[in-house]
Write a protein that binds this ligand. Structure first.
Ligand SMILES: Cc1cc2nc3c(=O)[nH]c(=O)nc-3n(C[C@H](O)[C@H](O)[C@H](O)COP(=O)(O)OP(=O)(O)OC[C@H]3O[C@@H](n4cnc5c(N)ncnc54)[C@H](O)[C@@H]3O)c2cc1C
Length: 181
């Protein structure tokens, strides 16, 4: 199924709006910074109960390898995943790569899974007989090799927050108990 991802920022670009982003994990912080850049006239508040280092994102491995997602059921995830990978590749090539630990990571995975994203990662191939000899205990005797991107999520959260604050982004430490008010 073909899916298209379109975000229309026209009205927020033209008019000053009040926008509240809830959550300061990787999704909330990335969204707050993105909205801030896309809607320079908007009055943006990032509200969250917890901030780094106390979010789930802080303990994430930061590896791009979305094998738990079923893209047949949710085709739009393929677009999000590809955009995320492109973004991570840009970060790994950027001047700040060292600061946020963004880097290419190559490795074996046994047994092989023929993941849906094998055409998105770099150099996907099956392991050779010689390579399989490195792991004599693993059955079935098949594996895969590819290169993806990883980053140090805790450093990245701090980097995102610093950029958001430098753009005069407001933050509020508060738990949302109800959407009514
Ligand atoms: C051990 C581990 C390893 C992982 N490794 C990987 C990996 O290698 N690659 C990968 O892609 N994924 C990995 N993940 C998954 C990844 O960590 C999560 O998908 C990701 O962190 C989710 O980010 P998030 O911003 O949506 O949520 P969170 O990081 O959980 O942030 C949620 C934010 O919302 C705030 N919040 C929640 N409720 C409220 C409320 N009512 N009011 C106000 N604020 C609220 C919280 O305080 C927090 O700031 C891993 C997860 C774990 C646990």
């Amino acid at each position: 199924m073909d899916v298209e991802l379109k975000v229309d920022y026209t009205s927020c670009y033209r008019y000053s709006m009040k926008i509240c982003v809830v959550g300061a994990g990787i999704n909330g912080l990335s969204s707050a910074l993105h909205v801030q850049e896309a809607c320079p006239k908007a009055d943006i508040m990032l509200m969250s109960e917890k901030f780094s280092p106390n979010t789930t994102s802080d303990v994430s491995g930061g590896l791009w390898s979305p094998h738990l997602v079923d893209v047949m059921k949710q085709p739009i995830v393929r677009i999000w995943a590809k955009e995320t990978l492109d973004h991570l590749v840009k970060l790994a090539r950027s001047r700040d790569a060292g600061l946020i630990g963004a880097r290419f990571l190559s490795g074996y995975r046994l047994p092989k899974r023929d993941p849906w994203f094998r055409d998105l990662v770099f150099g996907y191939r099956y392991m050779t007989e010689d390579e399989l000899k490195l792991f004599p205990e693993v059955e079935p005797r098949e594996g895969e090799f590819y290169t993806t991107v990883t980053l140090d999520v805790r450093s990245y959260l701090q980097w995102l927050l610093a950029r958001y604050k430098a753009n005069n982004g407001k933050i509020l430490k508060r738990k949302v108990n109800s959407w009514k008010r």
